[in-house]
Write a protein that binds this ligand. Structure first.
Ligand code: NAG
Ligand code: NAG
Ligand code: NAG
Ligand code: NAG
Ligand code: NAG
Ligand code: NAG
Ligand code: NAG
Ligand code: NAG
Ligand code: NAG
Ligand code: NAG
Length: 448
């Protein structure tokens, strides 16, 4: 009988589990009291620059200056989600809800690139047995879009997250009949701010919190917004965020335009060398102009490639250099992945930018909390999470969040080495994923 043992081990070792996922659009009822802002119209890129100038001005608080009053927004909107569970098809009693940061969508948690070393979902589901629900935040990606100034703001997005947790709790999440006992929410950056704020609004909505790419230090936000050099999303990536679609009516003289070939030819014609042409087309705003254009030119009228046609108040950084400055630590990421992320990025709204820093100073949340931030995070640590201010007794900047959680059962600040803000896109992303799952397991929130 014992001769079977090596065979069984070999079978299990090679029979890697594979998660079962489905994309689900979930209708949620949003209700949020939020700001009514009035700002000068955004018509072109320079208006976006002027907006960023006012936002970062030393003059005062632009959120306050632009505020005309408050209103309650209500309505039913779609949240685009991906639900995953282990291939045993057992959803268990514990689910992790994943909420992305600015510039990303729900795919941040399951990045497909080369060696497959970037998927948070693969680790949480396949290696630790959790179910996961990754959401596109309200207003972003394939979730409903809306007025970028007065609808798509932090409070409405938090309301959407809250509804998702309630549906999972009461067994009403579409196609998933389980009434989950434990809801763990995992945020990144602006997603973490929303998870944190929800824990103050309704301390029992979530059972454990993982706040990645986060600290309580907002001192570096102006530098971040300046580095973003904001442009209108629809001008930056017309094929994804605008309404640009090449003419596809074939005629003898008129073939669909391949923008890539056209630009490459023009640049060569202007005297650039092949390697300069290559750099222009991959690392500058020309790469953004090209993003999505193959898809729109080769897929006539397919919804799959439909441009988002976003209003002018949806903004983005112009190219990978601004993305790198704020999200990546040089030497610790694969440039090919960085460029893929730039080409598939998502925008940020004026309403989000005016409301993202208005979060409460503390929360009554009583479960376990882990803050996980990259050692070199530019946005929440100014590039060095160990550079605590004089007079601070904390060992790092994320650890300074502890007093905001006076009632937490456990608080841990975890600094992920050699990593920038976008933890999931750095070489050692899986190292951070294991640190999170170990924390959850050690504090009573294992998968079942
Ligand atoms: C869900 O949508 C994503 C993005 O469109 C796609 O890549 C993926 O294949 C879809 N997954 C399933 C299980 O349909
Ligand atoms: C700016 O004003 C808003 C709206 O009144 C407020 O919520 C926020 O806390 C203020 N920010 C700072 C840094 O004072
Ligand atoms: C939500 O999506 C459904 C189709 O999946 C669509 O019929 C409906 O209009 C959408 N609702 C909103 C508010 O976008
Ligand atoms: C898992 O569940 C899905 C959805 O209910 C179902 O379509 C599928 O057949 C199930 N797979 C297995 C292996 O039981
Ligand atoms: C994934 O990353 C780990 C740790 O960084 C490394 O040891 C492993 O070789 C990588 N896997 C692949 C397939 O590259
Ligand atoms: C479940 O929660 C949702 C969201 O709050 C709510 O609309 C629905 O009525 C609840 N269903 C049950 C059966 O309690
Ligand atoms: C777009 O098309 C051009 C020309 O066919 C090709 O060289 C380029 O690699 C394509 N880009 C993408 C992102 O598919
Ligand atoms: C959004 O939906 C479109 C069309 O179904 C799909 O091509 C795209 O990959 C989806 N994106 C995300 C982030 O789900
Ligand atoms: C922490 O719990 C105590 C006792 O239940 C309560 O009085 C206090 O308000 C809570 N702290 C916060 C910040 O909510
Ligand atoms: C990768 O991450 C893990 C978990 O944080 C850490 O223990 C390990 O030292 C990291 N490896 C490198 C090479 O930085």
């Amino acid at each position: 009988m014992h001769f079977l043992l090596p065979l069984l081990v070999a079978l299990f070792a090679s029979d890697a589990t594979a998660k079962i996922c489905r994309n689900l659009t979930v209708a949620v009822n949003i209700e949020a009291r939020q700001g009514v802002f009035s700002i000068p119209d955004l018509q072109g890129n320079l208006d976006a620059t002027a907006f960023a100038q006012r936002l970062t001005s030393n003059h005062g608080n632009y959120t306050e200056d632009a505020l005309d009053g408050y209103q309650t927004v209500e309505g039913t909107y779609n949240i685009s989600t991906t639900f995953c569970q282990p291939d045993t098809n057992a959803s268990g009693t514990t689910v992790q809800v994943l909420s992305h940061g600015i510039g990303y969508d729900k795919t941040y948690w399951d990045i497909r690139y080369e060696n497959g070393n970037y998927s948070y979902v693969d680790v949480a589901v396949d290696e630790y047995g959790y179910s996961t629900v990754a959401i596109d935040r309200f207003g972003i990606g394939n979730s409903s879009h809306g007025h970028p100034l007065n609808l798509i703001q932090a409070p409405a997005e938090i309301s959407a997250l809250h509804e998702i947790t309630k549906l999972l709790r009461n067994g009403s999440f579409p196609t998933v009949p389980t009434a989950f006992k434990n809801i763990i929410t995992v945020g990144h950056s602006f997603g973490s701010i929303q998870v944190y704020t929800l824990s103050a609004l309704d301390p029992s909505a979530q059972d454990a919190l993982i706040l990645t790419g986060f600290s309580g230090d907002t001192a570096y936000l102006p530098a971040t917004i300046a580095a973003w050099n904001l442009h209108l999303a629809r001008l930056n990536q017309p094929s994804r965020f605008g309404s640009a679609r090449p003419r596809t009516t074939p005629s003898r003289f008129d073939r669909p335009v391949n923008l890539y070939t056209l630009l490459a030819q023009s640049l060569r014609g202007a005297g650039l060398s092949d390697s300069e042409v290559q750099q222009e087309l991959t690392t500058t705003e020309l790469a953004n102009l090209l993003a999505g254009s193959n898809a729109t030119s080769t897929t006539s009228d397919s919804a799959a490639a439909a441009p988002q046609d976003l209003p002018a108040g949806y903004l983005t950084w112009p190219d990978f250099s601004a993305n790198q400055y704020t999200f990546f630590y040089p030497g610790a990421f694969d440039l090919g992945l960085g460029l893929q992320i730039e080409a598939t990025k998502q925008p940020v709204t004026t309403g989000e930018l005016l409301t993202l820093a208005s979060f409460p100073g503390s929360t009554g949340f009583a479960g376990p909390v882990q803050v996980v931030t990259g050692e070199k995070d530019a946005i929440f640590c100014g590039g060095d999470c160990y550079a605590v201010g004089a007079g601070s007794s904390a060992s790092n900047i994320p650890a300074e969040v502890a007093p905001a959680f006076p009632n937490a059962s456990v608080f841990e600040a975890y600094v992920q080495p050699n990593t920038g803000h976008a933890i999931n896109a750095h070489y050692n992303a899986t190292g951070a994923y294991h640190a999170v799952q170990r924390f959850l397991g050690a504090n009573g929130f294992g998968a079942s």
